[in-house]
Design a protein. Structure first.
Length: 212
């Protein structure tokens, strides 16, 4: 399992974080959005295990992502890829049974995800979207997904909803629907994983297996 970051391609002004680092989320001027993002800030401190269904809308690519987090470490697994963030950051291929040091965000790009897709990623996208001159005031709502009651926020641009995002009581994003990506929880437990998030295979210095 690996922890993913939020997608920044919804807004070209949102710069992706450096590998292994948590990008700071700017505070929006709208108080409703600012309060929502403050709650979402708890995601980086929460221990949990989760399964997500994901859809990269360009190409209609579906995937399942498994995430475990026990701060300061997290692990995300999607298809053949495993990414570990935190002190022992690594990127691994299950088929090769090998890892290289550091978070390779470019390897996650194929699925439309990042290592912070469930935490700071969506927050950065919402913060940027809310500052657009043509953006409408955000609207709050609630919904239940995978048995979890979530708070949601939607931002429309010129009357058309551009992003709807929902967070668990711990601040973890459990649902995001934007122009490029949709993901939602299929299972969730707000408890620390039984096994600490660490690289599942030895970490080496040869990254050739990650090429391409």
């Amino acid at each position: 399992m690996v922890s993913l970051a939020a997608c920044s391609d919804d807004d070209p002004t949102v710069a992706p974080p450096e590998a292994g680092e948590i990008a700071p989320v700017p505070t929006p001027s709208d108080p409703v959005l600012a309060e929502f993002l403050a709650e979402a800030g708890g995601a980086t401190k929460a221990s949990f295990t989760a399964t997500y269904t994901t859809l990269r809308k360009l190409g209609s690519l579906e995937a399942t992502a498994e995430v475990t987090q026990d701060p300061p470490a997290a692990m995300l697994a999607v298809d053949d890829l495993v990414v570990v963030t935190g002190p022992g950051a690594a990127t691994c291929l299950v088929s090769a049974e090998a890892c290289v040091e550091g978070v390779r965000e470019d390897r996650l790009a194929a699925s439309g995800l990042t290592s912070s897709f469930y935490s700071t990623g969506p927050s950065a996208t919402l913060a940027a979207l809310g500052e657009r001159p043509e953006a409408d005031p955000p609207e709050l709502s609630e919904r239940e997904i995978a048995g979890v009651a979530m708070r949601c926020i939607s931002i429309a641009v010129q009357g058309a909803v551009a992003n709807t995002s929902c967070i668990t009581p711990e601040g973890v994003y459990g649902f995001v629907d934007s122009a490029s990506q949709r993901f939602e929880l299929a299972a969730y437990s707000p408890e620390a994983p039984a096994t600490p998030p660490t690289a599942p295979f030895p970490v080496g210095d040869d990254s050739s297996f990650l090429a391409g």
